[in-house]
Design a protein around this ligand. Structure first.
Ligand SMILES: Nc1ncnc2c1ncn2[C@@H]1O[C@H](COP(=O)(O)OP(=O)(O)OP(=O)(O)O)[C@@H](O)[C@H]1O
Length: 121
């Protein structure tokens, strides 16, 4: 496989990864929906530029973590389709990474909502 291909080619590969995740991973689709919800929340609460920055950063991080988790799962399935405790560990840790970031994003969203409802800003 040729290394260091042109930027447009690498972008094409990345786009293919996004398309595969959106088509085959239910969790990724759910997170895309959550991103739409997050953008609506930020818009509805009239969030400041800083809140938008934090929100966009977190939403991007959740999606990126899910994509990396999918990559780990695919490699694990290739290497060991049969049950193996190390595969269980790799997959569980990948899933945990997504969970931690998702939980953080939900907490930040709750904070934004609380601030809007109680402080009106
Ligand atoms: N080959 C394996 N060896 C050991 N444990 C496995 C193996 N495959 C799956 N598991 C266990 O089952 C859990 C679910 O794995 P699975 O591959 O179905 O991912 P998932 O969480 O359903 O994600 P997705 O639906 O996105 O593929 C893993 O977190 C792991 O604990």
């Amino acid at each position: 496989m040729k290394k260091n291909s042109a930027l447009w080619r690498r972008a094409l590969f990345a786009g293919r990864g996004l398309w595969i995740a959106a088509r085959e991973e239910a969790s990724f689709r759910t997170e895309l929906l959550a991103v739409v919800g997050g953008v609506i929340l930020l818009y509805w609460t009239g969030a400041s530029l800083l809140w938008w920055g934090v929100g966009i950063l977190l939403m991007g991080a959740v999606l990126a973590a899910e994509l990396l988790n999918s990559a780990v799962e695919s490699l694990a399935d290739l290497v060991s389709p049969e049950y193996h405790p190390l595969v269980a560990r790799a997959k569980d840790c990948g899933a945990a990474a997504v969970l931690v970031l998702s939980f953080t994003a939900v907490l930040i969203a709750a904070l934004l909502l609380w601030r809007y409802l109680h402080l009106g800003e």
